[in-house]
Write a protein that binds this ligand. Structure first.
Ligand SMILES: Cc1cc2nc3c(=O)[nH]c(=O)nc-3n(C[C@H](O)[C@H](O)[C@H](O)COP(=O)(O)OP(=O)(O)OC[C@H]3O[C@@H](n4cnc5c(N)ncnc54)[C@H](O)[C@@H]3O)c2cc1C
Length: 399
């Protein structure tokens, strides 16, 4: 019997991080397999706010490195994926009661623009009050200023699928639906058991050996680690749900970055396929990640924020969805917890296993490039066949 592992890298979870790592691994010449239990991008990666953005508000919590890298990735994705990522203009209205003051916002936007360099996306300005009537009925009572700046929007599910297709075009294998069941270390590799077509008539259990195991299961990450032997180390995480509602018609083709009247959190209102997407919220979640749903109080919160700023608009809810942020467990407000991606690799104890916690859709490519370097340190390099910073992405072709 052969003692050689069947593949180099096995990735569990086909969200944006699994997709990005499969693309980077294939580009670095690794023999790669990606397992996804339901559908590609079906977890958090289709329940985000769909922004490819620097994260203006992270400047307030001092996450400058995250903002700079995210803006660089935004600029790259606008070039690499023009069918999937487009610039979107944002308006930030400042009322008397808005907690952020115009000078603070000006300073933040200036820094944001500096990170974007000499591009259209770096431009920002304030709107003259004679232009306020072009803002889709935004409440003007008490309005002091309206700032305009640029970020970008994507279809998160399609972006994930496009990255997977790019990985496949370089030889990565993808099994979906296929559910990781367990793994056991055998010398320098892992023996992995998984189910192909789980729950279907043709379900079958398969096994293979890999040199390196990557856990990109997002909110499921610590549940997956429980199925690995010997028991690996893990980081304690909180799951924090964020909900969105979809309301009829587009207000305008621009987006709004507002302060919720109830608690002054930032809420986005964005055009989405001819309708309006409003989000998001923050509520601690303790249940099964597959069962997360918007709660009535989250829907009330979003509707109140929307109707306070756009009085008289239709409040019929066309759709609603919730996703789960994976944030380090600690005291304090969820809103202020770091959003950087956390790589958990314990070289002394589990040198062939890496877990990705948290992170942003926007930074998936940079995250994946860093992660491949860590894997190369453990299992050596292969011949690189492409650079993901140069690979074009196109909208996925339906099969
Ligand atoms: C409300 C909200 C809004 C957000 N908005 C933005 C935004 O606008 N811009 C931005 O940049 N970021 C945003 N983010 C962050 C971003 O969406 C996430 O960081 C990213 O989608 C996480 O992707 P992931 O691949 O780590 O996890 P997921 O997308 O959750 O993927 C994990 C996958 O693992 C699979 N899986 C689980 N267990 C198994 C198993 N046993 N076998 C096989 N597969 C398994 C799941 O089915 C799932 O598809 C937002 C997040 C939230 C929650």
């Amino acid at each position: 019997m052969s003692t050689q592992p069947d593949i180099d890298i096995l990735i569990i979870g086909g969200g944006i991080h699994g997709a990005g790592i499969a693309q980077a691994a294939a580009a670095h010449g690794f023999n790669t397999l990606l397992l996804e239990q339901t559908a590609l991008g079906d977890g958090t990666s289709s329940r985000s706010s769909k922004l490819i953005h620097g994260g203006l508000r992270y400047l307030k919590t001092g996450q400058f490195g995250l903002v700079r890298e995210s803006i660089q990735e935004r600029q790259l994705l606008l070039k690499l994926a023009p069918d999937l990522v487009h610039l979107l203009q944002f308006h930030i209205p400042i009322y008397k009661q808005t907690t952020v003051r115009p000078w603070e916002l000006y300073a933040g936007l200036f820094m944001y623009a500096t990170f974007a360099g000499a591009t259209q996306a770096a431009l920002f300005h304030t709107l003259g009050s004679d232009e306020w009537d072009q803002l889709g009925g935004l409440r003007t009572e008490g309005l002091q200023k309206v700032f305009c700046y640029w970020d970008a929007q994507t279809d998160d599910r399609l972006l994930t699928q496009a990255v997977v297709q790019s990985a496949q075009s370089m030889g990565a294998e993808v099994k979906c639906p296929a559910q990781f069941m367990s793994a056991e270390r055998e010398g320098d590799s892992y023996r992995v058991q998984y189910l192909e077509n789980p729950g279907q008539a043709d379900e079958r259990e398969l096994s293979l050996r890999c040199r390196f195991l990557v856990n990109t299961t997002g909110p499921w990450a610590n549940r997956v680690l429980e199925k690995i032997r010997p028991a690996p180390t893990y980081l304690p995480m909180d799951l924090v749900q964020g909900s969105h509602i979809l309301l009829p018609d587009e207000i305008t083709d621009k987006a709004f970055y507002l302060e919720a009247p109830q608690d002054h959190r930032a809420v986005f209102i964005m055009p989405w396929y001819g309708n309006t997407l409003v989000g998001t919220t923050e509520v601690l979640y303790k249940g099964d990640p597959a069962k997360v749903e918007p709660l009535p109080q989250e829907i009330d919160y979003l509707l109140e924020t929307y109707s306070t700023h756009f009085p008289g608009r239709d409040l019929e809810i066309l759709d609603q969805f919730a996703g789960l942020r994976v944030l380090p467990s600690r005291q304090g407000k969820f809103f202020n917890r770091p959003r950087e991606t956390i790589f958990h690799l314990n070289p002394a104890k589990d040198p062939r296993l890496l877990t990705v916690y948290g992170g942003k859709l926007t930074g998936y490519r940079a995250t994946s490039a860093k992660l491949i370097k860590k894997i190369e340190k453990q299992i050596g390099k292969r011949e690189e066949i492409a650079n993901t910073a140069e690979l074009l992405l196109s909208a996925p072709v339906a099969e």
